[in-house]
Design a protein around this ligand. Structure first.
Ligand SMILES: Cc1cc2nc3c(=O)[nH]c(=O)nc-3n(C[C@H](O)[C@H](O)[C@H](O)COP(=O)(O)OP(=O)(O)OC[C@H]3O[C@@H](n4cnc5c(N)ncnc54)[C@H](O)[C@@H]3O)c2cc1C
Ligand code: SF4
Length: 492
């Protein structure tokens, strides 16, 4: 065990310099940067417990707490998958780490839809590099043509499959090897990915997680951690949070701090604020994620599944353009695993290409997190997906034969909509004061200036890209800017 574990009774009524709620992507990357600037004591409050990697593999689950038990879902046909426990989503995630496209940050000014983020790709680029370094991301330098980068990927790209290699040769500007936090070679803390294809429970620790990636930070003598501590509410005055209340084994405790970081997930973070009466602007509104479909193409004489990891290719042909005024962009992932079953002809088992097409979505106030008036429990309502995203998928299906034209495609099978991409975004979004947003460009609450919010809840709009690299880069940036402005007096 590498933590300084403290009991609820020990921290009760203590005054910390910094209290961090949760230990997932947003919180852990904030902590890693904060430790470079914070001279005082830090407390991490984690609802779940520490579930060692061996425990997770033996029990075939990331946490004994089922995500479905943590909130009421009034629209159960739409699941919202999270992990409650040390490391949060760093346990269950698959390690896909594409950056957002530069134009994902300015959808409104370029295409008249959604909102602009209060920061640009250029603002975030150095922090993307830092997050990639911490996660030891493996990637394809050619990708810099679409997503400009100031530093090389820390690890070499994975080996693509034969279909990837054909596509990269024919369309080198739009087809790339998927960037991932699944190691392409052995590192100090992880083994080489061997394409077991069960990444939520990686049996060989090839994937970055808080357990293998943030041992040093959580073992730091400055950092206390309290497990089984569910933060219930914050106590605030007009512009300042003074303390919080957490519950452990049926008892409530109070902790005071100078600064607070709220990094529970995109459902629990707004629920904590709403329970606290901190219902500023659109708190809890615009819950969203991508809209996606699985498709498969039979190939004639070209075999697949010879790549070195679970998802090998990412196609950007339909990622950006004037069409975003009318419908969503999509990314097309080439899968190195069977998702639909085998070809009936055993001699041609590998001659098939499973793909996942992922579209961005327009966040709507019809989809939101609230709280139950009696129990205070988080309540999720998701009434519809946007027409913008549905039209983007329809367009992608129409264009798929042309996108795949370098390959000997025999037949494309009708897709199956995916229920969820397991991304919980947008309920406490970034923006300018007065536009409905909750936090500013440095992720500080517009009203409560010692409260920083981290995690995917702050996303202003969706991107077809997976969120966690962006969450991590944002957290490093938020921590650096917080300490620069509050302790060193610099404007950021
Ligand atoms: C199966 C699966 C696969 C995924 N694959 C990918 C992928 O390949 N790439 C990608 O980019 N993303 C992926 N994701 C999404 C990724 O996990 C999330 O985007 C990410 O974890 C969100 O980070 P976060 O910091 O907002 O929240 P989390 O990482 O969920 O962290 C929240 C933390 O807060 C704690 N917490 C919650 N409520 C409280 C409370 N009241 N008090 C105290 N602590 C609390 C939780 O226990 C947790 O530690 C995947 C998700 C799933 C479920
Ligand atoms: S593909 Fe296999 S080895 Fe690689 S990260 Fe996933 S589970 Fe681990």
């Amino acid at each position: 065990m590498f933590f300084n574990i403290v009991s609820p009774a020990k921290v009760a009524n203590e005054l910390y310099d910094l209290v961090i709620i949760g230990s997932g992507f947003g919180s852990s990357f904030f902590l890693s940067e904060a430790l470079k600037h914070e001279p005082g004591r830090v407390l991490v409050l984690e609802w779940g417990q520490y579930n060692p990697w061996t425990w997770q593999i033996e029990n075939r689950t990331n946490s004994p707490v089922s995500w479905g038990s943590t909130f009421v879902n009034t629209t159960p046909e739409k699941p919202w998958n999270t992990t409650i426990g040390f490391g949060g989503g760093t346990n269950c995630w698959f390690g896909q780490t594409p950056r957002f496209h530069p134009n994902d940050f300015k959808l409104k000014s370029l295409y008249g839809v959604g909102k602009d983020w209060p920061i640009s790709y250029a603002d975030l680029e150095p922090y993307y590099c830092e997050a990639e370094e911490i996660m030891q991301v493996a990637g394809d330098s050619a990708m810099g043509a679409v997503l400009p980068r100031s530093k090389p990927f820390p690890l070499p790209a994975h080996k693509g499959s034969t279909p990837d290699r054909i596509m990269m040769q024919a369309t080198p500007d739009t087809h790339f090897i998927m960037p991932t936090a699944r190691a392409s070679r052995q590192t100090d803390t992880r083994t080489k990915c061997c394409a077991n294809l069960t990444c939520n429970l990686c049996p060989v620790q090839a994937k970055f997680s808080a357990i293998n990636g943030f041992k040093r930070e959580y073992a730091d003598g400055q950092v206390d951690i309290c497990f089984n501590a569910e933060v219930v509410r914050l106590n605030s005055d007009s512009n300042h949070v003074s303390s919080l209340i957490f519950s452990s084994e049926g008892q409530e405790h109070q902790v005071k701090a100078e600064s607070f970081v709220l990094g529970a997930n995109g459902i629990q973070s707004p629920a904590i604020l709403l329970r606290s009466g901190m219902d500023y602007a659109e708190t809890g509104k615009r819950l969203h994620e991508q809209y996606s479909i699985s498709v498969e193409a039979y190939l004639d004489g070209v075999g697949n599944f010879d790549g070195s990891t679970i998802t090998t290719g990412l196609n950007y042909s339909l990622a950006d353009g004037e069409f975003r005024k009318r419908h969503s962009s999509v990314l097309v992932a080439f899968e190195n695993r069977w998702t639909r079953g085998f070809r009936p002809d055993v001699k041609r088992l590998t001659e098939t290409l499973p793909m996942i097409i992922v579209a961005d979505n327009i966040p709507s106030t019809d989809n939101f997190v609230g709280i139950d008036a009696n129990s205070g429990k988080a309540v999720v309502t998701h009434l519809h997906e946007s027409k913008y995203a549905k039209d983007g998928i329809k367009n992608a299906l129409d264009k798929l034969p042309s996108l795949l034209s370098p390959l000997p495609v025999e037949k494309i099978f009708a897709g199956r909509l995916r229920g969820s991409e397991s991304h919980v975004q947008g309920t406490l979004r970034m923006g300018l004061e007065g536009d409905g947003s909750i936090v500013d460009r440095n992720q500080i609450h517009h009203k409560y200036r010692n409260l920083i919010i981290v995690g995917s809840s702050v996303f202003a709009t969706c991107s077809p890209a997976n969120p966690s690299l962006t969450i991590s880069a944002l957290s490093i940036r938020a921590a650096r800017n917080y300490y620069r402005s509050s302790r060193e007096g610099e404007e950021t």
